[in-house]
Design a protein around this ligand. Sequence first.
Ligand code: KG4
Ligand code: ZN
Length: 347
Amino acid sequence: MTEPLVLGIETSCDETGVGIVRGNTLLADAVASSVEEHARFGGVVPEVASRAHLEAMVPTIERACGTAGIRLQDVDAIAVTSGPGLAGALLVGVASAKALALGLGKPLYGVNHLAAHVAVDQLEHGPLPEPCLAMLVSGGHSSLLRVEDVTLGVEPLGATIDDAAGEAFDKVARLLGLPFPGGPHIDRAAQSGSSVYVDFPRGLTSRRDLERHRFDFSFSGLKTSVARWVEARERAGEPVPVADVAASFQEAVCDVLVRKAVDAASDQGIDDILIGGGVAANTRLRAMATERAAAAGIRVRVPRPGLCTDNGAMVAALGAELVARGRDASSLDLPADSSQPITTVVA
Ligand code: KG4
Ligand code: ZN
């Protein structure tokens, strides 16, 4: 069989993504984002996102097909994010995917958003090392996972016990008067700042915390610490050195993420770390992970930034792998599951 041609749809948050792949080859990755519509609220408004998905869906599918130079009838399967994510937003993607699958008479795969963040790296660096240690860091999740075969399941080793890494970036950006979503702005501001200007706390790294939370994360104390620091400056009537605070905060987040990822990989005897999710676009995280892992004899794979943030290509990539490995498709009464567990790859 030639490699499967799969169309993937992603609508779990504020990006309407439609990707088309043939096996591990990316043919199109069309994304329409409603991020501008949410910016003035400082966060994603679910109803606004759902409405934007409805409006963007058909044009984005058409754009993806045009770029890939295929007709809808040519696809072998439709894949869609069935969860986790915003319920109303997921629903638009799932309903659209069902309509396509039914109308075209093609199998439907309702896939896990987080597993798709892992699978996308195949489009850039080829088949995933098995096993690999995946660190997923996004606006909604921060987890360390052992991945044996991404089509069968993943084993959670640890996760955040409060804020997600991306959420911390977004909240700290707001404190510093930077726009939403904050990650890219902090990343940029930090380039001209000093990462040792403030020694912000590294959550869950004390010896006592490591006993219970060796592979877990906590970012809410760090966020509070930045808030206190900024408030103290403002109360004293002194200017806040935005670039230095951004760099010091970013250093604290990256330090903990990388330390724990390398520790988990070493503990599991795994030689490859894969980083995915929106925060994986972070310049400092990419550099620090590569450098520190190399010192431990561990390789690091990170997809290019455009594939790290939410997109349809990641869903198509996982779909193609599911087809290639002969996994069962979903049924046409597939529900959107806003809290789909990380252990459920195909719903
Ligand atoms: O994976 P993603 O696009 O959506 C979710 O599934 O959450 O991740 C979005 C998150 C946001 O919190 C955003 O601030 C963060 O990823 N992000 C970054 C960078 N680019 C996006 N965080 C740090 N540095 C970046 N360059
Ligand atoms: Zn995501």
